[in-house]
Design a protein around this ligand. Sequence first.
Ligand code: CMC
Length: 384
Amino acid sequence: MTACEYKPGLEGIPAAQSSISFVDGQKGILEYRGIPIEDLAEKSGFIEMSFLLIWGYLPTKEELEEFEAEIRYHRRIKYRIRDMMKCFPETGHPMDALQASAAALGLFYSKRALEDPVYIRKAVVRLLAKIPTMVAAFQLMRKGNDPVQPRDDLRYAANFLYMLNEREPDPLAARILDVCLILHAEHTMNASTFSARVTASTLTDPYAVVASAVGTLAGPLHGGANEEVITMLEEIGSVENVRPWLDNALEKKSKIMGFGHRVYKVKDPRATILQGLAEQLFQKFGHDDYYDIAAELERVVEEKLAHKGIYPNVDFYSGLVYRKMGIPTDLFTPVFAIARVAGWLAHWKEQLEANRIYRPTQVYAGLHEQGYVPMDQRKSEIVS
Ligand code: CMC
């Protein structure tokens, strides 16, 4: 490749050297720090796995207990952040609320000491601890209610569900959410992680790093796809309508939400785990007709698009799981963000360890030597 060859979407171009996660898109393998995602989903918890991602090794019992205790201690948010969030319009998207609130944390913790491990640790703890509280607070406040304080006796995922629904969650739902957080925590050089690393490379504060990544995650081609999946299943409406709906969508060259991936050319291993979790939830809390539509859609999409390597991605089944837990559709992406904060922070730390500011190049495709046209000689070029 020459220095001037332009690849849209930077496909195939390494943007960092990283030891955090690994994907083999042909074999459907995902590992965090060398550990298969299936093992972590079965045996680990979100906080333990966050420690693994960020510090690069599985914590001892004492290290994990200390990390969990620190996170528990920092779960509350300052009343000024709460008051600021109260002024957000209730019609605003929760991802926009989250991006603004994450950035606002930087106002309160403005000392920037990127070479101090104590500062790094505190920033990691604060962000992991406070993001779920902010997501739940916005949800309650937009309904006109006061936010619920976190409960120290509840674990991370259980506490989030408690703050969201104002009641203690069923243990199976809490464990399943914990696994969902593990599955969404990290995924190599995706758009929001790239965004986090670019922001980190300027040596700005970690709250700005997370805020920029949240903004990037919000788009429908990235984290926002899980919301769109539910809207799509709603639109399809019945198992019988799957095939005609799909034929029509493909004819119009629409992207089928929750399918396809830049890296995976087989079924995303996270989608397989999530499908199993969805089934467990339905067994305990009752069937969901959307699941039948989803299963049929997966079957027909495979029939028509497998030759292009289009299979379900992580977003296809996650929405069904969250829906069954009573999480509103527009909170699906914020829940994704709660998980992905762990990966962004791991990349922030890794970027700082061998930093060079991102400053890529471009292929200029514009004009030269045009001269300045006086106002009275210009013609409007707007076509609309
Ligand atoms: N439905 C139908 N066709 C598809 C889809 C899809 N979901 N995804 C890709 N294709 C086709 C595309 O039309 C193209 O066909 P052709 O070569 O005939 O023109 C070919 O596959 C390559 O597609 P692409 O758009 O060049 O692929 P990409 O690597 O640029 O995009 C993607 C990857 C994930 C943005 C895309 O697959 C997509 O838009 N999927 C739907 C949105 C979605 O589910 N996003 C979540 C991604 S996973 C989680 C995350 O990253 O947040």
